[in-house]
Write a protein that binds this ligand. Structure first.
Ligand code: PMP
Length: 446
């Protein structure tokens, strides 16, 4: 790609040289390495509000926001204060604590389906526990997982999560299960039923085929790991009804939508009553706090002697103090925080749409409030995984984002992930971002 503006990233380069022989791909997750960042990733050092700073002193407007773990932006003063206070009185006890009760009560107030709450550390863990809970409670072996949904890196649902050539997927009535990793338990996927999302007919067919054997339907509320693909009108309600009718538990994975789309997540926004819900990311305001919540009768199966769920770090004391501060900010003043977040998100999404139109760029923006993704495609909309696989130009997105870095705008270079608007983002951040996008696109780097 041709360099519009030079960016000095010498220190990042040197750090990568140092880390690559030490850590795999220079870091702690493949998504932070060369597959997304090319020659070397930018090493980040400091975050403040909507800004993130790299080791060379470059500053960026950060629309990545730790993949959604920072709904208030970086180093929000209320969160920082809570963290300092908690740390000074002991980081973790691994005993019963009152902060757990307080945060659980807050969640119960915010999320009506949360009759019971159990804390864990990551979205992966929470969803893993939810699947085991559903199997344990119902005594049934199978569960439904949708094409293009991602729930973390546990074996049983690490399937058909990545974009693939259309010809490898099989017929949509009977998708070929494509494992996303080597080394999975060789029977892990035997009881995982893969179904296309946003298609009630396909779901009904699968339920019929495996009648009496299905413990749960596991779904994201907004497809957020294949760009952003919103649910079709009435789809999630239809899914919930089918689950009820056939005595199947509805597990809603709100790892990425919880405390983000609305205080009460997707289930508030789309008015759902899932049996089990999993939370992660935004809950801990940057610290690893996750939650499994749901209907009392189901959740009680996690009791001693039933379905096992342990964890030394569960209910991180420091993390829960951060969670309390963050949930307070997100819910006070009659939802002012979400009003502001949605307003900025609208400005950003509409600004990008107008820009693409004006410059004649074949790209669309799909979003639900503060979760958005730019899709380089000739299509007017992308409504499911297969359309995404067929019509979205992912390399072009990556080149576009790499160029944006040079103009002080940071977000995920992965076309399957998405950008995030936080409470810290301002109108000025949107203006700077749109100006940067205009420069990159006008120079025809793609
Ligand atoms: N579920 C969804 C919907 C996710 O987007 C993610 C992470 N991107 C996870 C689960 C896994 O969460 P974690 O990375 O905290 O394990």
């Amino acid at each position: 790609a041709f360099l519009i503006m030079s960016l000095n990233t010498q220190k990042s380069k040197e750090l990568f040289e140092r880390s690559r022989g030490l850590m795999i791909e220079g870091g702690s997750s493949s998504s932070r390495g060369p597959v997304n960042y090319g020659a070397y990733p930018l090493f980040m050092q400091r975050g403040q509000g909507s800004r993130i700073y790299d080791v060379d002193g470059n500053s960026y407007i950060d629309w990545l926001m730790s993949y959604g773990a920072l709904p208030l932006g970086h180093a929000h003063p209320r969160v920082v204060e809570a963290l300092c206070q908690a740390a000074a009185s002991g980081s973790h006890f691994a005993t019963a604590t009152d902060i757990e009760i307080e945060v659980a009560e807050m969640i119960q107030r915010i999320v009506p389906s949360a009759e019971r709450v159990r804390f864990a550390n990551t979205g992966t863990e929470a969803t893993m526990a939810a699947v085991r809970l559903a199997r344990g409670y119902t005594g049934k072996p199978k569960f439904i997982k949708f094409e293009g949904h991602y729930h973390g890196w546990y074996d049983d649902y690490l399937v058909s999560s990545n974009p693939q050539p259309l010809t490898t997927l099989g017929h949509r009535n009977d998708p070929i299960k494509i494992p996303d990793s080597s080394g999975l338990n060789r029977h892990a996927l035997d009881d995982t039923i893969v179904v296309p999302w946003n298609d009630l007919g396909a779901l009904e067919r699968a339920i019929d085929t495996y009648r009496g054997q299905i413990a749960a339907i596991l779904s994201e509320g907004i497809m957020a790991n294949m760009g952003i693909i919103p649910p079709a009108e009435g789809y999630l309600q239809g899914l919930q009804e089918l689950a009820r009718k056939h005595n199947i538990l509805f597990i809603l994975d709100e790892t990425v939508t919880g405390f983000r789309i609305a205080a009460g997540g997707c289930q508030q926004y789309y008015q759902l009553q899932p049996d089990i819900t999993t939370f992660g990311k935004a809950l801990g305001a940057g610290l690893p706090v996750a939650g499994i919540v749901g209907r009392a009768e189901v959740m009680e199966a996690l009791s001693w002697g039933g379905v096992l769920h342990y964890g030394t770090q569960n209910a991180s004391r420091i993390g829960l103090h951060a969670a309390r501060a963050s949930l307070q900010v997100l819910t006070e003043d009659d939802g002012a925080a979400f009003h502001q977040i949605w307003r900025i998100a609208d400005l950003l999404c509409n600004g990008l749409r107008e820009l693409f139109k004006e410059l004649g760029v074949a790209a669309i923006v799909q979003n639900v409030g503060p979760m958005l993704q730019i899709l380089f495609t000739e299509r007017p909309a992308i409504s499911d995984y297969r359309e995404y696989c067929q019509y979205v130009d992912r390399p072009r997105y990556q080149r576009f984002i790499w160029e944006l870095f040079k103009h002080g705008v940071y977000t995920t270079p992965s076309a399957t992930l998405h950008s995030i608007v936080s409470l810290a983002h301002s109108e000025q951040d949107v203006e700077i971002t749109l100006a940067a996008a205009r420069k990159v696109l006008a120079h025809g780097t793609n």
